[in-house]
Design a protein around this ligand. Structure first.
Ligand code: NAG
Ligand code: NAG
Length: 362
């Protein structure tokens, strides 16, 4: 659920497109593509002399024999590959950044990066157990963390992170290390069997069917701190050694994923926790070389240990304070855009209420 240190964030480079130029390039691309397809038809086994039926048969066989038949046609072949190469180049120009000219330093960087990339792809194709690209993410994660390609990308400037949910914005490891020992943290299990973490004292709110237990007491009673940390992290992280068994279908994993938001919601909206949480969210993004974040949130409510509830403008003030002090410590960080992202299944009236709340922020 939570970002790892290497979170797959949406990395957006600022690009500009010139519509007129693009459409001219498109025409050129389509013309070359058409030419290539015509040549491919000509190269096909049975293209000219076979009857219709045999031609159909030959299409079936095509995959098996393409290599040998084309090898017998050296003249057409070389022309074909020339047109094919031109097509690929045209495609490269049409892609994002295709018109960018690299300077000599950038060419050097590109060379280093491509060397890492080709090494890792080669290694992966020789040793399937090292082929991160062909593995379940949970199994690939340690390989990715050691990957030179990944480390290289992590250090590169990203610009903006355009889709991040407030409740899933920091690493679970940090929550265990930094927040799980907070004084007053309680755990209970609700009617649905979901673990709830909270600092509130009234169990009614969560309809818990168990008593609240103090997480710190539970921790002290545990025989191994490492085991306790692991089981606590398990509440807020989807990782398992055997994903195939634990999540046999996408519904299993989706339900567990959704339930984790119920587990952490109250936990992170406790005012003292929220401040450090938001700071950490910005810090983890900044460490990944992100300088602008669009942050989605669905709750505008914080509470404190005196039972006071903060809504609307008060919450916004807290957020602005944290972002403001983050920016003064890291002046090249541009800022945050807040997106009020309510559940799309809400009733119309409920949506109307939320829109009214939002209007107050303007
Ligand atoms: C918890 O994280 C906050 C924000 O990153 C930091 O200021 C604080 O020192 C950390 N505390 C511990 C105990 O790690
Ligand atoms: C468990 O987590 C706590 C922080 O919450 C940390 O102080 C402790 O070193 C961790 N212990 C182990 C064995 O991982």
């Amino acid at each position: 659920m939570f970002r790892g240190r290497f979170a797959f964030t949406i990395l957006i480079f600022f690009t500009f497109s010139l519509a007129v130029k693009a459409s001219k390039a498109n025409m050129d691309y389509l013309a070359r593509r058409f030419e290539l397809l015509k040549m491919e038809d000509g190269l096909r086994l049975g293209a000219e002399s076979f009857s219709k039926m045999i031609a159909i048969f030959s299409i079936i066989c095509l995959n098996l024999f393409t290599a040998t038949t084309t090898a017998n046609l050296p003249v057409e072949n070389s022309k074909y590959f020339q047109v094919r190469e031109e097509l690929i180049q045209t495609e490269d120009h049409l892609s994002t950044g295709g018109e960018v000219q690299l300077n000599s330093k950038e060419i050097e960087v590109d060379r280093i990066f491509m060397k890492y990339k080709i090494e890792e792809l080669k290694e992966g194709s020789h040793h399937p157990s090292k082929n991160a690209a062909g593995m379940h993410f949970f199994k690939a994660k340690p390989l990715i963390e050691r990957s030179k390609v990944f480390r290289f990308l992590q250090q590169m400037p990203k610009g903006a992170l355009l889709h991040l949910h407030n409740t899933a914005g920091v690493s679970s490891e940090w929550i265990v290390r930094n927040l799980s020992q907070s004084t007053g943290l309680l755990r209970c299990i609700d009617q649905r069997g979901i673990n709830i973490l909270t600092f509130r004292e009234n169990p009614e709110r969560h309809k818990c069917t168990t008593q609240y237990v103090a997480v710190n007491e539970e921790r002290q009673k545990s025989r191994s701190q490492a085991d306790y940390n692991r089981s606590f992290e398990n509440l807020i992280n989807l990782y398992t050694k055997r994903p195939e068994l634990e999540y046999p279908t996408i519904n299993h994993v989706w339900d567990r994923f959704q339930n984790m938001f119920s587990t952490v919601k109250d936990f992170i909206h406790y005012l003292p926790v929220y401040r450090v949480y938001l700071w950490q969210l910005l810090k983890e993004s900044y460490d990944d070389k992100i300088i602008y974040v669009e942050l989605r949130f669905s709750t505008i409510e914080l509470y404190d240990d005196l039972g006071q509830v903060y809504t609307d403008k008060d919450v916004l003030t807290v957020i602005l304070e944290v972002v403001g002090s983050f920016r003064s410590q890291y002046p090249d960080f541009l800022g945050v855009k807040l997106i009020y992202a309510i559940n799309r299944r809400l009733e119309t009236n409920e949506v109307r209420n939320r829109v009214e709340i939002l209007k107050k922020f303007q």
